[in-house]
Design a protein around this ligand. Structure first.
Ligand code: ZN
Length: 203
């Protein structure tokens, strides 16, 4: 069984109204779940997939991932904790079927700070960032990107629309951690998802 972990920013640092902030967090979470759903959709015909969702998620989200062919989707209630740890993941793994799973995705809690300090024992850590806020997020959370095995710049369509040059976040990431793999995606359309799977050696 191979474990993969994703983390993503859930907040931005500028002063905005509460409704906008909540909306942003909702979008950030949806972003990460879309990536997991897109990967599950591509892998499930050939592999048994499990998903452990550690973020505050609704059953609707779990249903979407299950609808893409995941064999088991487990939601962990973190009890307000802002990150998952190996103990919580270990406990969750015991609730997954003993056989028939090849790959397990762990959706970590949506912040880019403390998850970087807690190893979950996953084979790879994937950090997902919206392409349009890439540079800002990278500068604020160096530890996350230094501990990530792969960075996904998602929503490349929005970056184009707001005139963000994606070469800057890519070179900033590679300056932070030489050799780091950065993949650009648009999970709504599925662009780049196959590149993520190849980077994780899952395709
Ligand atoms: Zn925390």
């Amino acid at each position: 069984m191979r474990l993969y972990e994703t983390s993503e920013t859930g907040s931005i640092e500028i002063e905005i109204g509460e409704d906008l902030q909540a909306r942003h967090e909702e979008l950030a979470q949806r972003n990460r779940e879309w990536l997991i759903a897109a990967m599950v959709e591509r892998l499930s015909p050939k592999h048994g997939i499990g998903v452990i969702a550690g973020d505050v998620a609704t059953t609707h989200d779990a249903e979407r991932v299950a609808g893409k062919g995941a064999r088991k989707v487990l939601q962990i209630n973190t009890g307000g904790m802002c990150h998952l740890d190996a103990k919580l993941v270990h406990r969750a793994l015991q609730h997954l079927p003993e056989s028939g799973l090849d790959i397990v995705f762990i959706e970590n809690v949506g912040n880019l700070i403390c998850p970087s300090f807690f190893s979950l024992g996953a084979e790879a850590r994937v950090a997902v960032v919206s392409a349009s806020e890439g540079s800002h997020v990278i500068a604020k959370h160096p530890a996350m990107f230094q501990s990530a095995d792969l960075v996904v710049l998602n929503k490349t369509d929005i970056a184009d629309a707001v005139g963000v040059d994606l070469s800057s976040p890519v070179s900033e990431l590679q300056a932070l951690r030489p050799g780091l793999t950065v993949v650009k995606t648009n999970c709504m359309t599925g662009d780049g998802v196959d590149d993520v799977l190849r980077a994780l050696r899952l395709a």
